[in-house]
Design a protein around this ligand. Structure first.
Ligand code: AKB
Length: 317
């Protein structure tokens, strides 16, 4: 990776990935791609070049790739699971029509591409415990359908045209920097904000609902390490299971209560979020990622909780 374009650089993962890539490869080598209305600000704007890179406009992406001699594209444009259910056509337009445009630019300009998949690519017929790398993927949400298609289309470009496409299936990503918007796993971020603000947390996901989660530094590490991986060792290319921690609302609540004994939580289950969560794995088996490119997370629930609380105390002061 010499010159990198991050599409969606102002989103939850994109903003932190852009900063991390700039730290590793130098500010001038990482272009913060954005759409009108979601412009980068502060250090994201000042730390390196920025350019409009809208996945619905292939010519625009090609222009940016040429101008900055891009060889690697991180395509993070997507609607999250809950919001996608209310705007399915837009979710498809951004997630799949957009991906097709990015892949075409990559094919004609010889770029590698990372487009994340998600635990949302699984469905209720998938084995829920120790979900294997290669298994049934029959999701019933538009988000899930678009994520399975993302994996398949990325593999197609790899096999048919030799485009170097790679990706992981992200669990719910937890961070104190940029809030996620409209995801099923968002509760695991919101709960920390309530704890630090001294508010009672109203949990939209029911007790006993386990989902895979990952702390942002590990999510960034996964996104960068898979693109740096030795291609000779890769059996899979797109949609690697990456696991880190799995918990239900009660477990994360108790983990926070250890440091905030006065913290309270009650349940008001949201039927849409719950039905999506019920169709996702309880815990994935990530042995392929571990074997093929040495994936290993650094944070467990307790280490993440300490870091989240410490940093949110500072940010929300
Ligand atoms: C969501 O909840 O939609 C995302 C995801 C797990 O893909 N965080």
């Amino acid at each position: 990776m010499k010159n990198i374009l991050v599409i969606g650089s102002t989103g939850q993962i994109g903003s932190e990935l852009t900063r991390e890539l700039r730290k590793r490869y130098g500010g001038s080598h990482v272009v913060a791609g954005y759409i009108v209305g979601a412009e980068p600000k502060g250090d994201l704007l000042e730390g390196g070049p920025a350019a409009i890179a809208d996945v619905t406009d292939a010519q625009h992406i090609a222009d940016v790739v040429e101008e900055f001699k891009i060889d690697t594209i991180y395509n993070l444009a997507a609607l999250l699971s809950v919001v996608a259910e209310s705007r399915p056509r837009l979710a498809w337009k951004i997630g799949i029509d957009g991906l097709w445009k990015v892949l075409e630019v990559a094919r004609t300009h010889n770029c590698s591409v990372f487009t994340p998949s998600s635990i949302g690519s699984f469905g209720k017929d998938t084995p829920h415990d120790n979900t294997p790398q290669d298994t049934i993927q029959r999701p019933r949400t538009i988000y899930g359908i678009s994520k399975v298609t993302t994996e398949l289309l990325s593999d197609y470009y790899q096999l048919k045209y030799g485009v170097d496409t790679r990706s992981v299936r992200f669990p719910g990503v937890i961070s104190y920097v940029t809030l996620p918007g409209g995801g099923t796993t968002d509760y695991a971020v919101d709960i920390y904000y309530s704890a630090v603000r001294g508010e009672k947390f109203v949990c939209p996901i029911g007790k006993g609902t386990f989902m895979d989660m990952i702390y942002m530094p590990d999510a960034l590490k996964a996104a960068i390490d898979i693109m740096e991986a030795d291609p000779a060792r890769l059996v899979h290319h797109n949609g690697f299971n990456v696991a880190s921690m799995s918990f239900d609302p009660e477990i994360i609540y108790q983990a926070i209560k250890k440091y905030k004994p006065e913290f309270e939580m009650e349940y008001q289950v949201d039927p849409l979020r719950q039905s999506i969560a019920d169709s996702w794995p309880n815990k994935m088996d990530d042995s392929c990622a571990r074997n093929e490119w040495d994936w290993k997370p650094d944070y467990d629930l307790d280490a993440m909780t300490v870091d989240m609380l410490k940093n949110l105390e500072i940010r929300l002061k």
